[in-house]
Every structure is written in structure tokens, then in C-alpha cells.
Design a protein around this ligand. Structure first.
Ligand code: ATP
Ligand code: MG
Length: 269
């Protein structure tokens, strides 16, 4: 049995705001196989909350629960509860499309459409008619500026997005997400396909974005976790099922982990 070490004492949560996301007794199985068991997490607003842990432990599965993307996985069954701003997201009160506007997502590989840079940025806001047609160019510029891509693309907005480098494509995906003005941005290993310079650009952006957004970041890169995360949860496998072995503020987890499974994981990384 893993020794669970939740919210280590040195990382006080006494003065913090109400949680933006909370998982309570969350379990997931796929095709009858338990993947995650009894996950309890509290994510505070305007921070970078990192999720680390061995490959196959269930980090992507967990992050996909937060915007109900998990429901697109055939035969996935979710139990327990997740709240977003204190309301249950599993109760059905909020349509998944509306939830995914407020909780955006960035994947390991940038997902760009074979369209122009401009069309990519406004894709979601236009489809959901979030702003008037006339406002779209301003929305695109603001999002591209926020994603630190404007200067590189402002003179070629009508070029195909496929001509951009992978690092630029990832920032374009971020701009598309930011155009929807999400409260939370889920990022599943967003820099693992990028070179060191593009990785640094995304890390700088995370630090800037957390002033107005909450970021949930899955990363295998412990250096990256140290550079950008405020809090960490480590998901480890126990008896074949993923569990949150420990949650703590970043320095506590990386310098002085309580749980042996976390110690072992950090030693290997
Ligand atoms: N669609 C699926 N069908 C069946 N099993 C799945 C599916 N998706 C994930 N799993 C299983 O769930 C477990 C957790 O997978 P997940 O992708 O969440 O792990 P992870 O921690 O993100 O791993 P990595 O660090 O390699 O990305 C794995 O055993 C995986 O095989
Ligand atoms: Mg994964």
C-alpha cells in the first residue's frame, strides 16, 4: 500500500481562495480495467499546478477528466466528483462544449488545422459565435499577442498554419485557446515535442498566463516542474492502479518528498 501524503504540512493552504477545480474520490476505469482510484485534488486559482509521475500512471487520463474529454474514450467510466468553481461538472448542468470553452486544453503535439494562421486563431470563437464578425481581427491579435506569436506572424496571417515551426504551431494552439478566454488551461506535456528555445518560450508564457488563468500541467520534465509549478501532485501506480501518492508545494515535493513511490520516481528522473 502506498503511503499517501496529501497536502504536506509545510505548504499551508489556510489563506488561499476557493478552489477552481477539485477532484473528490475520483476513480476511472476503461473497459472494466481500473485506471485511477480515489483521486482527491484541490487546485487553487492563478497558479501552475503540475502533475508528475511514471509513464502509464494515469496523468493524461486524470487531466482529461477535468474537461470531460475522458467521455470520448470508449468504455471509460468515471465515478466520484469534480467541481469547477464549486459546481459539479459531472452533474450535467454545464454542457461539455461550454465546459471546454472555460477549461481549454493544449496537447503534446500541436493540433493545427490546414487553414490560415488567422483562421486557426479564430476557429473556436467563430464557430461558437462568441463575438461579432467585426470583432474577430481584434480578438485574433489580442490572442496572438498573449501567446507571444504576434510579432512573428502579423505580416503573414493569411499563410497556412502548416508552414509554421512546431514551436510556433504550439503557440498558435495556445492563442486559439486563449481567444476563448478560458479560466483554466490544461496542458498535457505541451513542450515534449519542442526544442529548448520553444520550450523556454512556453514556460515563460505559463508564468505570465498564471496571472489571469489557472494552468494544470502534466510534465515528465522535473526541471520544468521546478521552473514553473507552484504545486505538484505525483500520480503513481499501486497494485496496477494509478493513485495520487502525494500533493505538496513544488519545493517540498521535489526536495523533501514524503512518499517512497515519489522518492523512487524522482530518483529515476
Ligand atoms: N483508450 C484507452 N483504452 C484502454 N486503456 C487506456 C486508454 N487510454 C489510456 N489507457 C490506459 O490507462 C493507463 C493510464 O494511461 P495514461 O495515458 O493516462 O498515462 P500517463 O500517465 O499519461 O502516461 P504517459 O506519461 O506515458 O503519457 C495506461 O495503462 C493506459 O494503457
Ligand atoms: Mg500521458
Amino acid at each position: 500500500m502506498l503511503k499517501l501524503a496529501q497536502d504536506s504540512a509545510c505548504c499551508s493552504t489556510e489563506t488561499v481562495s476557493p478552489a477552481v477545480l477539485e477532484a473528490r474520490g475520483l476513480s476511472v476505469s476503461i473497459a472494466g480495467r481500473p485506471i485511477l482510484k480515489d483521486v482527491n485534488l484541490t487546485i487553487q486559482p492563478r497558479q501552475v499546478f503540475g502533475i508528475i509521475g511514471p509513464s502509464g500512471a494515469g496523468k493524461s487520463t486524470l487531466i482529461k477528466c477535468f474537461n470531460r474529454l475522458i467521455e470520448l474514450t470508449p468504455r471509460a467510466v468515471v465515478s466520484g466528483d469534480i467541481t469547477f468553481n464549486q459546481g459539479s461538472i459531472l452533474s450535467g448542468a454545464l454542457h461539455p462544449d461550454d465546459l471546454r470553452v472555460r477549461i481549454g486544453m493544449l496537447f503534446q503535439q500541436p493540433v493545427v488545422f490546414p487553414k490560415s494562421i488567422y483562421q486557426n486563431v479564430i476557429f473556436g470563437v467563430r464557430r461558437l459565435r462568441m463575438v461579432s464578425r467585426r470583432a474577430l481581427p481584434d480578438v485574433a491579435e489580442a490572442a496572438l499577442r498573449e501567446a507571444a506569436l504576434w510579432e512573428e506572424v502579423k505580416d503573414r496571417l493569411t499563410d497556412s498554419a502548416l508552414k509554421l515551426s512546431v514551436g510556433q504551431q504550439q503557440r498558435l494552439c495556445l492563442a486559439r485557446t486563449l481567444a476563448m478566454q478560458p479560466e483554466v488551461i490544461l496542458m498535457d506535456e505541451p513542450t515534449s515535442a519542442l526544442d529548448p528555445r520553444s520550450t523556454e518560450a512556453i514556460e515563460q508564457l505559463m508564468l505570465r498566463l498564471k496571472e489571469r488563468h489557472t494552468i494544470v500541467l502534466v510534465t515528465h520534465n522535473i526541471g520544468q516542474a521546478r521552473r514553473v509549478c507552484d504545486w505538484l501532485a505525483c500520480v503513481c501506480v499501486n497494485n496496477g492502479v494509478g493513485e495520487v501518492a502525494e500533493t505538496a508545494c513544488c519545493d517540498q515535493m521535489l526536495d523533501n518528498p514524503c512518499c517512497q513511490a515519489v522518492v523512487d520516481y524522482l530518483k529515476r528522473n
